[in-house]
Write a protein that binds this ligand. Structure first.
Ligand SMILES: Nc1ncnc2c1ncn2[C@@H]1O[C@H](COP(=O)(O)OP(=O)(O)OP(=O)(O)O)[C@@H](O)[C@H]1O
Ligand SMILES: [Mg+2]
Length: 317
């Protein structure tokens, strides 16, 4: 018989609302019903206390809506989402600006822009706001411009520490550009540094890509805490425009996590879920978005569907 548990003074953690109660079974669902349809077993998941993600406000008249695509978790499809939503909207005639605030600089590659030929980057935008107009570049897609992120963003945070108003630099720099666009999409690195904070302060709302894997809700809880802090200290307008399910497939685990998310954020989940599709991973190596690489692929169709929903949600349709 085991001895009774001593009171060690540590808080009880077994009731954590963030623990997803699923078995790790990599079974393929025999009866797939498509990305819009989350399997039935999902709907019987235990109810849990909702994690609060605040609503966003309408865009002020006459200027672009500024959306940051973010999740502190790495490799969840942030950049792929920025590239493909931006180009889908541009293809429909909307004026779109992508701002890449990640030193990996993958937005430029994925949109066919040669980083070595770019004079002003996101680093210049933040440090010298007067370069904003000249820091925009054309891309492989009409109506779609980009301010390029690159390696020079590494070390920027240290330099910014000495500056006054350091959290608002990007917001101020983007201000003169906003009347020229319908949508500004900001890509962020997988970390919560000063550059990501600048993006959150500059934004009306967030679009949050979430991979339908086990740690999804924990990542969202982290982000919800960040949003709360930014709202109370720096940008009380900041809300959430959507949670996008990415790299989704028909495994039981993916389906169950999708169901948990759908249950927690019924109004925020943007459908369809983006299915795992190798065409999406290939497209950047050709320097084009999915609609130029293979529009009829599953990835192409899913991003097209999501763009239609967001176009309506953002008042562009
Ligand atoms: N739906 C998908 N199906 C298959 N591969 C995908 C899909 N979405 C993205 N990928 C691939 O997964 C990898 C990570 O995607 P991506 O770079 O968009 O994520 P990220 O969140 O921007 O990563 P990071 O946090 O490093 O910035 C890339 O190689 C990308 O091509
Ligand atoms: Mg990225």
């Amino acid at each position: 018989m085991s001895a009774p548990k001593e009171d060690d003074g540590l808080p009880e953690v077994s009731e954590s609302p963030l623990i997803i109660d699923v078995d790790f079974v990599e079974e393929i669902n025999d009866n797939p019903t498509g990305p819009l349809d989350f399997a039935d077993e999902i709907s019987v998941a235990r109810p849990r206390s909702p994690m609060e993600l605040p609503d966003s406000l309408p865009t002020p008249e006459g200027r672009a809506r500024v959306i940051t695509v973010t999740n502190q978790k790495g490799g969840v499809g942030k950049t792929t989402t920025v590239i493909n939503i931006a180009s889908q909207l541009a293809l429909r005639g909307h004026r779109v600006l992508v701002v890449d605030s990640d030193s990996q600089g993958n937005c430029a590659t994925g949109l066919g822009v040669d980083k070595s030929k770019v004079r002003y980057t996101t680093r210049d935008l933040i440090l010298s706001p007067e370069t904003a107009i000249g820091s925009r570049h054309a891309t492989a897609v009409d109506n779609l411009h980009i301010i390029v992120g690159d390696r020079t963003l590494i070390g920027l945070e240290q330099e910014m520490m000495r500056q006054l108003g350091r959290e608002r630099r990007m917001k101020e720099a983007l201000e003169p550009l906003l009347s020229h666009y319908d949508i500004v999409l900001i890509d962020t690195p997988p970390s919560l540094g000063l550059v990501t904070i600048n993006a959150l302060v500059a934004s009306d709302a967030l679009l949050i890509p979430v991979q339908t894997e086990y740690f999804a809700l924990e990542g969202l809880a982290l982000l919800a805490g960040t949003i709360r802090e930014v709202r109370s200290l720096l940008n009380d307008r900041l809300g959430v425009d959507g949670v996008l399910l990415t790299m989704h497939s028909q495994t039981l685990l993916n389906q169950q996590v999708a169901g948990e998310l759908l249950e927690s954020f019924p109004d925020l989940i943007v459908k369809p879920a983006i299915r795992r599709n190798v065409r999406l991973a290939e497209a950047p190596s050709h320097g084009v978005p999915i609609h130029l690489h293979d529009p009829s692929s599953r990835g192409g169709k899913d991003y097209q569907g999501v763009a239609t929903v967001l176009e309506r949600r953002w008042g562009l349709a």
